[in-house]
Write a new protein. Structure first.
Length: 164
């Protein structure tokens, strides 16, 4: 009887082994996820493009305050990693409604608008607007810069400045 049970158990074990998942080795999953993630980030310039740095220790209440933080530059640890701020704004005021953000500058804008400094402003404000208005996706926010000389730069979306 025990021999018979052992035979049944062996046959059952062999049958079950045949319907398992077979090893396939390493399978590539492609590139890492990209795009904007949740939570507040300040975007800083690097040799490889813009990089978002989480803003963990402060609550975002105002778009103007976010630009001030951005202009202050990255924290020391991020500076050691090669991040810097290229934001050069004199006086400014920032307003945002829904997916639209406008930066009014008290003077001229020194660059073309297609540079990392502009990208820092655009991506940081897109993120801040989506944090302040949770119904807004950061990817949908358009930022326009309006220097005092009457010109208008943008509207820009963050994706225009991210590598990838």
């Amino acid at each position: 009887m025990k021999v018979r049970q052992a035979g049944v158990v062996t046959a059952l074990g062999l049958a079950l082994m045949g319907c398992g998942v077979q090893p396939t080795g390493v399978t590539g999953a492609g590139e890492p996820a990209s795009g904007l993630t949740r939570g507040m980030r300040l975007y800083f310039a690097s040799d490889s493009g813009l990089r978002g740095v989480p803003l963990l220790d402060r609550e975002v209440k105002d778009l103007n305050a976010v630009v001030k933080l951005l202009a202050g530059g990255p924290p020391p640890a991020e500076q050691r990693d090669g991040l810097t701020s290229l934001v050069q704004l004199g006086g400014y005021s920032v307003t945002g409604t829904g997916t639209r953000v406008t930066v009014r500058l008290d003077g001229p804008y020194a660059v073309t608008g297609r540079d990392q400094g502009t990208g820092q402003v655009v991506c940081t404000l897109a993120r801040a607007q989506s944090v302040l208005d949770p119904k807004v996706r950061a990817d949908d926010v358009e930022v326009t810069l309006r220097p005092s000389d009457g010109t208008s730069l943008g509207p820009y979306r963050c994706a225009e400045f991210l590598n990838g």
